[in-house]
Ligand binder design. Structure first.
Ligand SMILES: [Fe+2]
Ligand SMILES: [Fe+2]
Length: 249
């Protein structure tokens, strides 16, 4: 006989408890805020008699001891990474220098793999210790440049921003200020090239493989030998959080 929805939900819960060794999953405030909930719930498991999930999360794919950027692509990032791969391929086709192909490959790394809000800034910070300064600067600045047209390179205000944000949307003052700063900067055109090669609609029938960019990554991303997160860089904690997002502290 087919199981009822309640029975299926119960089975799932039992299976998850088994996987977790009866440990409780705690979530950061940020996850709850995103659900409109300004609380940590029972964030310390008080009164439950249960330990908290910490360390490796059995619900997520296991990571190697010394994870590389490619490991994070494969074992943590969402399927939206196809957008990154398609942008990188377009940049390559348009003859951008390899360093900027890497910038296009990583431009939305925060959306794909970490935090969406202020994604250009988070993305730049995540990779800053491992890439050329021009790459992280360009990724940071594409956040603001994408809201402003530049006809000299054929970049128009994206149509789908009208759909997403409304026709009367005005970027916030910090975005305008960064745009103005970027315009005067020697690397303006590099950041602008990220926008030019940013594919705003997925090409459903084109699947680009990460393996195509392994050489570019190898030449332009300074992979720490001890593994991302195990290194002592200013961004190492961000990679550790991505590896073990439910650590309670
Ligand atoms: Fe972006
Ligand atoms: Fe993008």
């Amino acid at each position: 006989m087919a199981k009822t929805a309640t029975e299926i939900a119960d089975d799932l819960e039992i299976q998850q408890m088994r996987e977790l060794g009866d440990r409780m999953v705690t979530k950061s405030l940020l996850y709850n805020l995103a659900n409109g909930d300004q609380s940590l719930g029972n964030g310390f498991g008080v009164g439950t008699g249960r330990q908290l999930l910490h360390g490796e999360d059995p619900r997520l794919p296991a990571m190697p001891e010394k994870p590389t950027l490619i490991d994070f692509f494969k074992l943590r990032f969402s399927s939206m990474q196809q957008h990154l791969l398609q942008s990188a391929r377009l940049a390559q086709k348009n003859g951008l220098p390899e360093k900027m192909v890497l910038a296009c490959l990583l431009h939305d790394i925060a959306v794909t793999g970490f935090i969406r809000s202020d994604h250009g800034y988070w993305g730049a910070q995540l990779i800053e210790p491992y890439v050329d300064e021009e790459v992280s600067w360009s990724i940071r600045m594409h956040q603001s440049l994408r809201f402003f047209a530049d006809e000299s390179v054929g970049y128009a205000y994206p149509d789908n921003y009208v759909r997403m944000f409304g026709a009367d949307y005005v970027p916030e003052p910090y975005i305008v200020a960064d745009y103005e700063r970027a315009r005067k900067h020697k690397w303006y055109m590099s950041a602008r090239m990220i926008c030019v090669n940013d594919l705003y609609s997925f090409e459903d029938n084109v699947a680009v493989e990460l393996v195509e960019f392994e050489d570019v990554i190898g030449r332009h991303f300074k992979q720490p030998p001890e593994g991302l997160g195990n290194d002592n860089s200013p961004a190492a904690h961000m990679w550790r959080t991505l590896r073990r997002p439910c650590n309670p502290l």
